[in-house]
Write a protein that binds this ligand. Structure first.
Ligand code: NAD
Length: 420
């Protein structure tokens, strides 16, 4: 479960502020800024679910499509008690820029249901998923909007969405979602793609900043899909992963944690808490440990103006979406700490989702090696483009990534024109 954020922290305001900084630098017209700020389509659904004890409970869900000028909308579905329309709007906007920064032909979308899925039985989770999928079926589809997993959703949930959508159509439509199990048209390498992309971008950033990866000390916040794969790949690359955290707390070992042992421990115990050979510490404290590389891979709003002064990393790589607030970003920049922005750092997931969608549409599947090679090439090329922009514009990585992404979406919007 994500920690409740301060009332004042509105992720959509953060997303708009980041866009505005790029729009200003690109000297976009006021009309174009207004178009690109606004989510194109927002659907709110309130729906009943029959619980195991016979009661009927009401749930609220959303699907927001921010911009579809470069292609069908693409973005994950999040199940969390803290989901709000502003969070979904922000995540949808970030997806637009993310697809543009790695130059894949998708627009941005996001979905969410206000629910703590850990309180549900498997049957309740399936009924909630199938009903939510039915409620949003009018706006999703392989040509229009393709969901994927996000926080607290997984391949099984994608399978239920694919099946529900297919039942309504009367035939199988694998390309309606990505992040599916392999047996129904999922892609090799998708489960690891986001973490692998984070790793590739971190490696490239280390090269650019003169940080030696071998022996570099690393802190990873969040040990779910993204955090655990990233931590494992960093460990395999010879880094010293000195702290890991999950929603229950953090663990620390200055000599390095055995990440493979941590993975097995979490599979058995559901948490990092109690991992032998590591000291339990407070989750917030972990972010402030002296280290070379800090990788927030949990949720939004983790590095704020309250703790940004105490961050001691040389490099922050945003594996999570929106982990740094605008104020904190300015503080880190002023202190000379490089921040690789989420829209670049975690774009590996959507990149392999794109490969999955292409494979589904072509009914022709690629081997894992090929997927990883193509992912490596997209992430390396995208990092190089952002680095070149940063050098040219003499700005930070976030603004450089936004300048590239926003310019691509602005161009597509302009060339298509205003209908009618
Ligand atoms: P997940 O549900 O698999 O894992 C989330 C992890 O974060 C869990 O270990 C949880 O315990 C931990 N966590 C939650 N709140 C925390 C807190 N306050 N402090 C420390 N740990 C906390 O989710 P995920 O798929 O790994 O996603 C993580 C982040 O990456 C999200 O911001 C998501 O939007 C982003 N992301 C995910 C993907 C993907 O392919 N899964 C792609 C791009 C971006």
């Amino acid at each position: 479960m994500a920690i409740k954020q301060p009332e004042t922290l509105n992720p959509f305001a953060e997303a708009v502020a980041q866009f505005d900084a790029a729009a200003e630098r690109l000297k976009l017209s006021p009309e174009l800024r207004a178009i690109l700020r606004a989510p194109k389509r927002e659907l709110t659904v309130n729906f009943p679910v029959r619980m195991d004890d016979g009661r009927v409970e009401m749930f609220t869900g959303y699907r927001v499509q921010h911009n579809i000028n470069r292609g069908p909308a693409k973005g994950g579905i999040r199940y969390d008690a803290n989901v709000s329309i502003d969070e979904v709007r922000a995540l949808a906007m970030w997806m637009t820029w993310k697809c543009a920064v790695v130059n894949i032909p998708f627009g941005g979308a996001k979905g969410g249901v206000i629910v703590d899925p850990r309180q549900l039985s498997r049957g309740e989770l399936e009924r909630l998923t199938r009903r939510y999928a039915t409620e949003i079926a009018g706006v999703i589809g392989p040509e229009s909007d393709i969901p994927a997993p996000d926080v607290n959703t997984n391949p099984q949930i994608m399978a239920w969405i694919m099946d529900t959508y297919s039942m309504h159509k009367g035939y199988s439509v694998p390309a309606v979602v990505t992040g599916k199990p392999l047996s129904i048209g999922g892609s090799e390498g998708r489960m690891e793609a986001t973490g692998r992309g984070v790793y590739v971008v971190t490696r490239e950033a280390c090269k650019a900043l003169g940080i030696e990866m071998k022996g570099a000390s690393v802190v990873v916040q969040g040990f779910g899909n993204v955090g655990s794969v990233t931590a494992r790949l960093m460990h395999e690359a010879g880094c010293r992963v000195i702290a890991l955290s999950d929603v229950y707390g953090a663990i620390h070992n200055p000599d390095g944690i055995d990440v493979k042992l941590a993975l097995r421990f979490v599979q058995e115990h559901g948490t990092l808490k109690g991992l032998p050979g590591a000291t339990p510490i407070d989750g917030k404290e972990a972010l402030e440990l002296p280290c070379d590389i800090l990788i927030p891979a949990a949720t939004e709003g983790q590095i704020t103006e309250q703790n940004a002064h105490r961050i001691k990393a040389k490099l922050v790589v945003e594996a999570a979406n929106g982990p740094t607030t605008t104020e904190a970003d300015a503080i880190l920049h002023a202190r000379g700490i490089a921040v690789i922005p989420d829209i670049l750092a975690n774009a590996g997931g959507v990149t392999v989702s794109y490969f999955e969608w292409v494979q589904d549409l072509q009914h022709f599947f690629w081997a894992e090696d090929e997927i990883n090679l193509r992912l490596e090439s997209v992430m390396t090329r995208s990092f190089a483009a952002v680095q070149a922009k940063r050098d040219l514009e003499n700005c930070d990585y976030r603004l450089a990534a936004y300048l590239l992404a926003v310019a691509r979406v602005a161009e597509a919007t302009q060339v298509r024109g205003i209908y009618p």
